[in-house]
Design a protein around this ligand. Sequence first.
Ligand SMILES: Cc1ncc(COP(=O)(O)O)c(C=O)c1O
Length: 471
Amino acid sequence: MRSTQVLSDAKLAIDGGPKAFARQHGPRRPKIGVEEFMSIAERFGFSDDTLERIRLVISVDDLGDGPTLSRFLTAHPPHSKGEAFERAAREIFGCKHALSTSSGTGALHSAMVAVGVGPGREVIVPAIGFFATAATVVAAKGVPIFCDVDESLCIDPEKIEACITPRTVAVAPTCVMGAVPDMDPILEIARKHSLKVIEDCAQAPGAKYKGRCVGTLGDVGCFSISAYKIVGGGEGGLLLTDDNRLYERACQLAECGGLTRPDRFAPPRYEGELFCGTNYRMSELEAAVNVVQIRKMPSLITRYNTIRNSILSKLKTFKEIVPQKIHDPDGGAGYMIRFFPETIELGRKIAAALNAEGIGIGRFLWPAECAVRGKDAPPDWHVYKDMFAVMLQTDPAESGCPFSCPAYHEKGGRIEYNQGDCPVADDLFDRNIQIWLDSGYDEEDCRNIAAGINKVLSAYCMEDENGRQWI
Ligand SMILES: Cc1ncc(COP(=O)(O)O)c(C=O)c1O
């Protein structure tokens, strides 16, 4: 009581007097502390014994206020894992800007908006890839135009020009399950028609095309960095570009609080800089895992490609088998071998026999016994005809936008989607067989797998020296 009295009579701290609250006497309790860390350790699957030992070791540290898992509250920005992830991405891909996002879909949506997709505008997307590419065109209020594929299962450059209209603003080639589209002619067509190129490389991070990383060939590259991709721990995405304006506009969509702007409350520095977006920020926890994952990516892809090429170089050629076209044998992300038997019937026999040999097959995410899709297959989001929300032109607000809004109709836009629009995709998607590879295979594994494939194909097909080469 007395000391309070004395203090309240003292000079104000602002005038050089003693501070009323010089330091906290009670313990500081971090908002996020040991228990949260242990919860993460549990998620990693450590045993109870190990968890107990970890708890004992880490409990001795005083965490002070504790960490923050938000990138923008990180006390020392150089320690932000989000920043570290973006820095690593810039270094590895050799590009000027990298933006981490909460998902590959978030990266794609940001890219679509950045290049100016909106009402009355179209984007050419591949008939095979993933729903998110077309869906984010629609989310940006644009109209996706499906383009057929070639025997790589990626967009066919020869079919792109027929899809171009005065409303086209971009083309979005997808790397399909590690396969890389034939980018040179795609880039040439885009240049000729002043279209932006948004590469969707979600299924092939680290793949190359003629020595250059996919995702850095077009105007913007988008990746999913998630648990079910070859790089990524949980949910995440990445956007790459060398273009300052595209980067700033992508940031504006992905971080509409303006935290990435030099002055977040400043008026727009140019038309199109400032607009309402959303929040696709990657969390610090995801970034912590992904910064490690992305550094493993180049050597992982090299291993996959060595394994793929080793097996392919040992395969015989057959009359009834068309191997997937590989546009760059030194590139791609070779975690899979794929081919198209002449008929679905033949494919089913081959699939069963390969399974019996212990060679892991399957079609996209299907179980191995459904390896060859056929006509009666259940829907699959990797092929245009099953992307129902697009095919049926659904609209959550009953506004008609983007498919039948005035902005589209005034520019002469009319769209109808039908199964059969992309016949090559329809056919190849139903017939393809894929063999998943493991990055740990050694040369003996490669020899055994090649021998198994040759054994099965020789039993059901006719060897043909003039048949299509695998590589
Ligand atoms: C080609 C492609 N694009 C985009 C995405 C979407 O990525 P995410 O699931 O991280 O949103 C995926 C995911 O499967 C994909 O395969």
